[in-house]
Design a protein around this ligand. Structure first.
Ligand code: APR
Ligand code: MG
Ligand code: MG
Length: 200
């Protein structure tokens, strides 16, 4: 099987594949940075133990649990609260063949869940206090800046960081799919991000 997208059913039929589920939690907000730059949406990501940015979630075992209950279990460890994720929150599944860095095939399932701003705050509070993984597998939850400042800061700088697996493209695709940034805003940020990378 080549790398690429596959349906949830095809993914579950793959014997010998490992499965990982991750979720993008987001909310709308009226908050303004410096009292003038609209933030518009809050998207949660995390700083992982390996120094890379990623989404909360992790390895699940479909022979023992459903993908969604496995994801909910991972979230309780990483976020410190029970957060039910359902099949309707599933966005896509991607196949990554075994490589020099990974001895078995991995299928990554991506979910997106919209919440209220107050629920996002609750997740942030729990992740920094009751989560068993806090300070271990998860070094902290972070919000994604969705604006570009005059000097090119914001989303452009954020996208220049290093991400685990396909987390960066999952973020970019989801921002477009759920209208969290316009294609124009994203193009501006990506162009800036490329320039920033070229100088380092
Ligand atoms: N896109 C693609 N792959 C991803 C993504 C993503 N957004 N996020 C994580 N992965 C990969 C990781 O590289 C890892 O191989 O999915 C796998 C599981 O994800 P984790 O969140 O890292 O798994 P988790 O179960 O939370 O943590 C277990 O402990 O034994 C170590 O290194 C092992 O990362 C693993 C961790
Ligand atoms: Mg985990
Ligand atoms: Mg994890």
């Amino acid at each position: 099987m080549a790398s690429g997208q596959l349906s949830r059913a095809e993914a579950l039929a793959c014997s010998g594949c490992r499965h990982a589920c991750h979720v993008m939690l987001y909310a709308d907000t009226k908050a303004q940075l410096f009292g003038r730059i609209p933030i518009k949406h809050i998207i949660l990501m995390q700083m992982r133990f390996d120094g890379l940015l990623g989404f909360p979630g992790g390895l699940v075992n479909p022979s023992k649990e459903t993908l969604e209950s496995g994801l909910t279990r991972e979230l309780s460890e990483e976020l410190g609260l029970a957060l039910p994720i359902s099949v309707e929150d599933h966005v896509d599944s991607c196949f990554a063949p075994a490589s020099s860095s990974s001895s078995s095939h991995l299928i990554t399932h991506f979910y997106v869940k919209k919440m209220d701003e107050e629920q996002i705050r609750e997740v942030e509070r729990a992740a920094a206090s009751t989560a068993t993984d806090h300070g271990l597998e998860v070094l902290g939850m972070i919000r994604v800046p969705l604006y570009t400042t005059k000097g090119g800061g914001g989303l452009a700088s954020f996208l220049s960081h290093s991400f685990i697996g396909s987390a960066r493209s999952q973020l970019v695709d989801a921002m477009l799919r759920f209208n969290l940034v316009t294609p124009g805003e994203l193009h501006k940020a990506l162009t800036h991000s490329l320039k920033t990378h070229a100088h380092t």
